[in-house]
Design a protein around this ligand. Structure first.
Ligand SMILES: NC(=O)N[C@@H](CC(=O)O)C(=O)O
Length: 425
């Protein structure tokens, strides 16, 4: 195994130092290290972060390998600075059995570019009628701890309660896609002034807020861990603030796109901006940003949702919801938060690793720690070219935008997955 001597790097924004990476761990840190056998990387001006961890990635395998595979999504993740991703269960077949989660887990190991941690479905076939085999998935080789019907809400309160009770035994967490389905029938975009102007059926903020309010009360009643996927409204932030003040064990994520884009984008009728939950108003964006800084929202998660061309380049009403995220998330975070490295490390690596229970991830580079880390050039600016993305899909909402920051290198247990901004494999 090659040793790497990373020279003159700022660890999470601190004073420049050297990092020696050997045998899968950070072996030494300090100024002026010597290691004649190591490959030297001059990291002057670069920042080292603990490898990013994505709690919400759609890898599309099995079932839609034309849109993404475990391998192509893993490569996109590594290029985005990630060392671990949690793969959502809405594949085909659905990841609702030990067999399917083990298959995804094994494909992740074979690709070897990031740790792929499968998420199991809460209900059989995401149909919201019967609990899936949560215990069997937890006991499988994939050791599933997060369960989600993402793409669908667990709308039945009794099923939601049972799921919360069930996962308590192994400290699992239910990740809820908060959308009261009766309130979003036929919805095409955020319900508000823009939807009225365009004559499109709206997805009201209350459809999200009502489910979060119900579920934080259920989680409190049961004493279980609840995670809220892709929080998108100012009202949801208020419900979460209230729940956290009461001591409810709830965590929440926000996506890069909900931190940057608004429902005004729908006026282009370009389906690349169609996503679930929909892009909201500028006031919502401001509330989400403030909540992320404050900690009412715990993490940034990408909701990387690759879609084939025919599912996106069509009429708005027929387009599938979802956007790419893995290869641009750090740049958007840098754009929105500025160079607050400790905050970025917390919201994009340490906290998601804790929520997912991923050992060896989310740890700042320090002697003895597994070398899961990424090197960022904060001064670089890049133009997003869809054709250059590693994802099999092209549905990025940031096409041809100039974004700050570039991932220079990513290491997974001491092995580079990205060097000089390029995937190693
Ligand atoms: N976030 C999205 O817009 N899409 C997700 C599922 C979903 O949440 O609808 C997908 O799987 O494509």
């Amino acid at each position: 195994m090659t040793a790497y001597l990373v020279r003159n790097v700022s660890v999470v924004g601190g004073a420049p130092t050297d990092l020696l990476i050997r045998d899968g761990v950070v072996a030494e840190t300090g100024a002026g290290l010597a290691a004649p056998d190591a490959t030297v990387l001059d990291a002057t001006g670069l920042v080292a972060l603990p490898g990013l961890v994505d709690l919400h990635t759609h890898l599309r395998e099995p079932g839609r390998e034309d849109a993404e595979t475990v391998e192509s999504g893993s490569r996109a993740a590594a290029l985005g600075g990630y060392t671990a991703v949690c793969a959502m269960a809405n594949t085909s077949p659905v990841a609702d059995t030990a067999g399917v989660v083990e298959q995804v887990w094994r494909l992740g190991r074979e690709a070897g570019l990031v740790d792929v941690q499968p998420i199991g479905a809460v209900t059989v076939g995401l149909a919201g009628e019967r609990l899936a085999e949560l215990g069997a998935m937890a006991d499988s080789a994939a050791r599933v701890r997060i369960f989600s019907d993402d793409g669908h809400c667990v709308a039945d309160p009794k099923l939601m309660r049972r799921a919360l009770e069930y996962v308590k035994a192994f400290d699992g967490v239910i990740a809820q896609h908060a959308e009261e389905p009766r309130l979003t029938e036929g919805a095409q975009m955020h319900e508000g002034e823009v939807s009225t102007r365009l004559g499109l059926t709206g997805w009201p903020a209350v459809a999200e807020e009502a489910i979060i309010a119900r579920d934080v009360l259920l989680a409190e009643h049961v004493g279980s861990r609840l995670h809220i996927c892709h929080v998108s409204t100012a009202g949801s932030v208020e419900v979460l603030r209230h729940a956290k003040a009461r001591g409810v064990k709830v965590t929440a994520e926000v996506t890069p796109h909900h931190l940057l884009l608004t429902d005004e984008k729908a006026t282009t009728y370009d389906p690349v901006y169609k996503v679930n939950p929909p892009l909201r108003t500028a006031d919502d964006v401001a509330a989400l940003r403030a909540a992320l800084v404050e900690g009412v929202i715990d993490i940034v998660a990408t909701d990387h949702a690759p879609h084939a061309v025919e599912d996106k380049e069509c009429e708005w009403a027929y387009a599938r919801p979802g956007m790419l995220g893995l290869e641009t998330a750090l740049s958007i975070a840098l754009d929105v938060l500025g160079p607050q490295w400790d905050l970025i490390a917390e919201r994009m690596s340490r906290a998601p690793a804790r929520i997912a229970g991923l050992d060896g991830h989310g740890l700042d580079p320090a002697p003895g720690v597994p070398a899961n880390l990424t090197l960022v050039d904060p001064a670089a600016r890049r133009v997003v070219e869809p054709a250059e993305l590693a994802s099999r899909s092209r549905n990025t909402p940031y096409a041809r935008m100039t974004l700050p920051g570039r991932i220079v290198a990513t290491f997974l247990r001491g092995e580079p997955t990205v060097l000089d901004g390029k995937a190693v494999r």
